[in-house]
Ligand binder design. Structure first.
Ligand code: NAP
Ligand code: GLV
Length: 309
């Protein structure tokens, strides 16, 4: 089995060692510019077009992430008929649950306000938020969205969910489709975005849609930067319509040093670390799928090109 691996400067040795350990019979080569020799499989993250365009005989392209927008943007140049396979959880679900739960609890228990008071030795009680009025709306009810909801339900929050197709999840008020987006937003004090970036979801977090949220709502975006119209968020925050935002993803990454988000204290920023790819778990998942494909067995996580995820 021949595998081409795209090096993007992150932990190359760890990936190669994990692949060697899990697939000792495979011949893994790090792709270099000009390499068009055939391979059975490619393992990539935001690959350059030259890596895949010339490939003949590829059996599958494996993403090193859950999101595949960085691969599908090359769709016109990908070899025809080759499946793209995304990571399904592979250690990311629990991280996403930690990240979102931390942000929600920070807002709900007003830890940032108490931290500010503590800086001036100000011993004061703030009026607590009422749990019943602090409902959480999760955009995206896939592998990661459902894992996040499971974590939030431990704290008895009311949870709403929104997906493309209708869902029935225990204890969750499920909404689906654009026609129900406004009702979902109106019912959600905290909006959590865990959607894939597609033609349909790009720019979804715009002024019009965010304006459906209750007064002084919160936004947590762990999907993709392209979901948020960044210029629409700042005025909503400055007017107090949105009380705070926790953003892990941005339209340009790294976020440019002069971006106004850095200067806004009601915006908390992290550098795309909400759920990081776990090398060991990912290699085990990818290797199992390669072996299944070699045996002609079906696999999960194959991307639907027309849906975009
Ligand atoms: P997934 O299992 O494919 O779930 C995607 C969910 O989004 C599904 O519930 C799907 O609806 C819903 N959806 C897609 N298009 C929609 C639309 N037009 N309208 C309404 N709902 C729509 O994906 P996942 O594994 O949970 O990952 C989700 C995303 O998280 C990734 O694509 C990536 O962008 C992001 N991510 C971010 C980080 C980070 O560190 N920040 C890490 C990992 C992943 P259906 O259920 O109806 O199909
Ligand atoms: C990270 O953002 C991923 O899509 O896995």
């Amino acid at each position: 089995m021949n595998i081409i691996f795209q090096d993007n400067g992150n932990h190359l040795d760890d990936w190669l060692n994990a692949l060697k350990k899990t697939l000792p019979q495979a011949n893994v080569r790090v792709w270099q510019e000009g390499d068009t020799a055939p391979a059975d499989y490619a393992i990539v993250w935001k690959p350059p077009v030259a890596m895949l365009r010339e490939q003949v005989g590829l059996k599958a392209i494996f993403s090193r992430g859950a999101g595949v927008d960085g691969i599908l943007q090359l769709a016109a140049n990908l070899p025809q008929g080759v499946p793209v396979v995304r990571l399904s959880d592979a250690g990311m679900g629990i991280q996403m649950a930690e990240y979102v739960t931390h942000a929600v609890l920070r807002y709900f228990r007003q830890f940032d306000s108490y931290q500010t008071l503590a800086r001036t030795a100000d011993w004061r009680f703030l009026r607590p938020n009422m749990r019943a009025a602090f409902s959480i709306g999760v955009l995206g009810l896939g592998v990661l969205g459902q894992r996040v909801i499971q974590a939030l339900q431990h704290f008895d929050f009311t949870v709403n969910g929104w997906s493309r197709s209708p869902k029935d999840l225990p204890g969750v008020s499920c909404f689906s489709g654009r026609e129900n987006l406004a009702a979902f937003m109106q019912a959600s004090k905290v909006l959590v975005c865990i959607l894939p970036l597609t033609e349909e979801t790009k720019g979804l977090l715009n002024r019009e849609n965010l304006s459906h949220l209750p007064q002084s709502a919160y936004l947590i975006n762990v999907g993709r930067g392209g979901h948020l119209v960044e210029a629409d968020l700042l005025p909503l925050i400055q007017q107090g319509r949105i009380a705070g935002a926790t953003l892990d993803v941005f339209s340009e990454e790294p976020l440019p040093a002069l971006h106004p988000f850095w200067q806004e204290p009601r915006i908390t920023l992290t550098p795309h670390i909400a759920a990081m790819t776990m090398i060991e778990e990912s290699v085990v998942q990818i290797a199992a799928k390669m072996q299944a494909l070699e045996q002609g067995m079906p696999i999960t996580g194959v991307v639907n090109f027309s849906r975009g995820y």
